[in-house]
Design a protein around this ligand. Structure first.
Ligand SMILES: C[S@@+](CC[C@H](N)C(=O)[O-])C[C@H]1O[C@@H](n2cnc3c(N)ncnc32)[C@H](O)[C@@H]1O
Length: 231
């Protein structure tokens, strides 16, 4: 069984300050993922949209989206206090403090903020144990307006399948290129925290809590990205 992380330990002070330099080496297409996020929400949203950012980390998605549309505002939900400290600094440096508000905690502890026009969950759903994923999707769905999109990206797959074994091996090989002699240690530590669900099971779970039109728009090795519209 994968480990259930404590975000304040996994993403502690040391990790928070090196996260932005480290994560593009760990996640293939990290920068591209955020460009694709902008493309998806750019098509789906109007001016003045309010966006719920779940697992915001250092707020790369909010910063990228804020740059695309100067009228959008964000509620960033992030349980790791050190990651929020870095995020606040980045948001302030970009002059966006009036457009991004923070909740230090998980989504279930966020008070009702009214219905959002969209939500993102970039590289966080894999930390949720499989038997809690449907509840996590539901917690997002209930905070969205009708027809609002959820954009997600994370590792996915059925660990029993040959396809998954090959995808994990491709990612492991990729880390050799990007992390050199640290590749094995990082792969071992990180892969131990990945709570995998098959793509079909994820679609069923999303549809079960009121999302429809679940579309996968990106695949690279073991990573996928999706847009799901609330019905
Ligand atoms: C790999 S980082 C991704 C950060 C950011 N979304 C990005 O694209 O760089 C994962 C983040 O999810 C947060 N996280 C972990 N478990 C979470 C949970 N149950 N709810 C919300 N966020 C969580 C972690 O603290 C961490 O900051």
């Amino acid at each position: 069984m994968p480990r259930v992380i404590d975000p304040n330990v996994q993403f502690d002070g040391e990790m928070s300050v090196r996260y932005d330099a480290f994560v593009p080496k760990l996640i293939p297409d990290y920068v591209r993922l955020h460009e694709l996020l902008v493309a998806q929400l750019g098509l789906a949203l109007d001016e003045g949209a309010r966006i719920l950012v779940v697992g915001a980390g250092t707020c790369t998605e909010a910063l990228t989206l804020a740059d695309f549309d100067p009228t959008w505002t964000f509620v960033a939900v992030e349980p790791s206090a050190p990651m929020v400290d870095v995020a606040r600094e980045r948001v302030a440096a970009a002059g966006l403090s009036d457009r991004v508000s923070f909740h230090v905690g998980t989504l279930d502890t966020l008070e009702d903020q009214g219905s959002f026009d969209a939500a993102t969950a970039i590289l966080m759903m894999h930390f949720i144990p499989v038997d809690q994923k449907a509840a996590a999707f539901e917690n997002i769905a209930k905070r969205l307006k009708a027809n609002a999109p959820l954009v997600m990206a994370h590792p996915i797959g059925d660990p029993q399948s040959d396809e998954h074994t090959l995808a994990m091996q491709a990612w492991r090989d990729h880390l050799d290129e990007t992390l050199k002699d640290k590749a094995e240690t990082v792969y071992t530590n990180v892969s131990d925290t990945l709570h995998f669900m098959s793509d079909n099971a994820q679609t069923d779970a999303l549809k079960g809590v009121g999302f429809d039109q679940v579309v996968r728009f990106h695949t690279r090795m073991v990573f996928g990205a999706w847009i799901a519209m609330k019905g």
